[in-house]
Design a protein around this ligand. Structure first.
Ligand code: AMP
Length: 449
């Protein structure tokens, strides 16, 4: 038997009702903050993620699903419109055009910023508030709450600085929106962990301090940390190896190295959060697993989730657009892990079950036709109808109607068709009445709980 690939899973009803619930609530809440939906492709050029998420991150160095796109032959146009990204389309030094390497997206921000640049959204001079929902792919070791195909609900605010995109009020509004959203779907007991990871201005000084502090203990640390200390010391803070933790805990804190503007920005975000009563804790070690973050970085964690306790994460990425060859377009965004969000819900799928209003039971030859016509009329009037089959005996029809939880069974036999009035059985009470065709819909609706 062929099974779903390791780390992927099928989402079946009734559980899908929970997924629809969190997605619909996200659309409603994001709408209140004037966000609009964007949909970008699942497949992107691998270099997009190498340049944005970063070569040194676990996501890019270990977890990408990528492959050379040999099927299309040589690449003709590539991603010309976004400046530096068209490199793969050019012939190499040896004059040979190589196939483009494609990747399944491991996260949403890079694709959204690519689209922002590609479609020159900066030209409007306005803030763009965009959201997206969909599957992401990372070749991780599967466990509860961690999959190789998982779903994210993502939102980004991006625009030229003149539109206010750098303002701390954008950060605070986004965090407040998340608090509002979690409240709306009934998730309580979350913790907002907040940090500032600084900017291009203060990061080099901090990296230097980190390298200096790491130098004496480096031989005791894991191989990844030893490499990162040289290539990208900030990533050391992300190390999960238990033996390394006491060393990491004593390292200098980014917060002590922020330059004046980053410090003021971080303070302003905190003041605004206090003003709107969104609680938070400072986590000076929070750096997130992606390289593009600047200034505000955050995660919402939840106790009910065990080891994989981050429901969502995000942060600011003021230099990302430029590093992808785009205009100056600072931004901030987050990604909610939908799989974990659903795990943290206190609601059950049964609470969202929506049984049909009526089961139509055609009785005997020729009645399928009558039932099909009646079903069409009723559905036009908003009645949820499940259709039986004329080959079923009445007993089987009524049993099926009960099994699927229908509120009413409508019996369609020759006599009913002649009289143009149908026997309607209330399956909860057993009460049965004859109802003229014209009154059927209102009669069925009237009994809705
Ligand atoms: P990231 O894109 O790494 O910032 O992750 C944002 C959120 O996506 C995390 O807080 C998780 O809730 C979720 N997430 C990340 N990786 C996975 C995964 N492999 N399986 C399930 N959820 C994930």
């Amino acid at each position: 038997m062929i099974k779903a690939v390791r780390g992927t899973r099928d989402l079946l009803p009734p559980d899908t009702a929970l997924w629809n619930f969190v997605e619909e609530a996200a659309r409603e809440v994001f709408r209140l903050y004037n966000f609009q939906e964007i949909r970008t492709p699942i497949i992107e050029d691998l270099s997009l993620f190498q340049r944005s998420v970063g070569e040194e991150t676990d996501i890019v160095s270990k977890e990408m699903f990528s492959w050379p796109d040999v099927s299309g032959g040589v690449i003709k146009s590539g991603l010309k419109s976004i400046g530096q990204l068209d490199e793969p389309a050019k012939p190499g030094l040896d004059g040979i055009r190589r196939p483009q390497t494609l990747a399944l997206r491991p996260e949403a921000t890079a694709g959204i910023v690519r689209a922002y640049i590609e479609h020159d959204l900066n030209r409007t001079g306005l803030l763009h508030k965009l959201y997206m929902m969909g599957p992401m792919f990372r070749r991780e070791r599967p466990q509860k709450g961690r999959y190789r195909q998982f779903f994210q609900i993502d939102a980004e605010v991006i625009g030229p600085p003149t539109a206010g995109s750098e303002s701390p009020s954008v950060d605070a509004e986004l965090l407040e929106m998340l608090a509002q959203y979690l409240e709306r779907i009934g998730i309580t007991g979350w913790t907002l962990e907040l940090n500032s990871v600084g900017c291009a201005n203060d990061r080099p000084k901090y990296n230097e301090a980190l390298r200096a502090a790491l130098a004496k203990d480096l031989d005791k640390m894991c191989e990844d940390c030893r490499r990162r200390a040289i290539t990208n010391p900030l990533r050391v803070l992300d190390c999960k190896v238990p033996e390394d933790q006491p060393i990491i805990d004593k390292l200098p804190r980014m917060l002590d190295y922020l330059d004046e503007s980053c410090r003021q920005h971080f303070q302003a975000v905190q003041d605004l959060l206090a003003a709107v009563s969104v609680p938070y804790v400072i986590n000076a070690r929070l750096v997130r697993g992606l390289d593009y973050y600047t200034r505000t970085a955050f995660e919402f964690t939840h106790g009910a989730l065990g080891a994989q306790n981050a429901i969502l994460g995000g942060g600011r990425y003021d230099g990302l657009s430029e590093s992808l060859g785009g205009p100056k377009a600072p931004g901030i965004g987050f990604a909610i892990g939908e799989d974990r969000l659903v795990l943290a819900l206190s609601k059950t799928a049964e609470e969202f079950s929506a049984p049909p209003d009526a089961y139509l039971a055609p009785l005997g030859a020729g009645m399928d036709r009558e039932a099909a016509q009646l079903a069409r009329e009723l559905r036009k009037q908003g009645i949820v109808v499940e259709l039986g089959d004329e080959s079923f005996r009445l007993k089987k029809s009524l049993e099926t109607a009960s099994k699927i939880g229908a509120r009413h069974a409508v019996i369609i036999g020759e006599n009913e068709v002649k009289a143009d009035a149908f026997a309607v059985k209330n399956l909860a009470t057993g009460e049965q009445v004859t109802v003229p065709r014209a009154e059927l819909a209102s009669r069925i609706q009237e009994r809705r709980p």
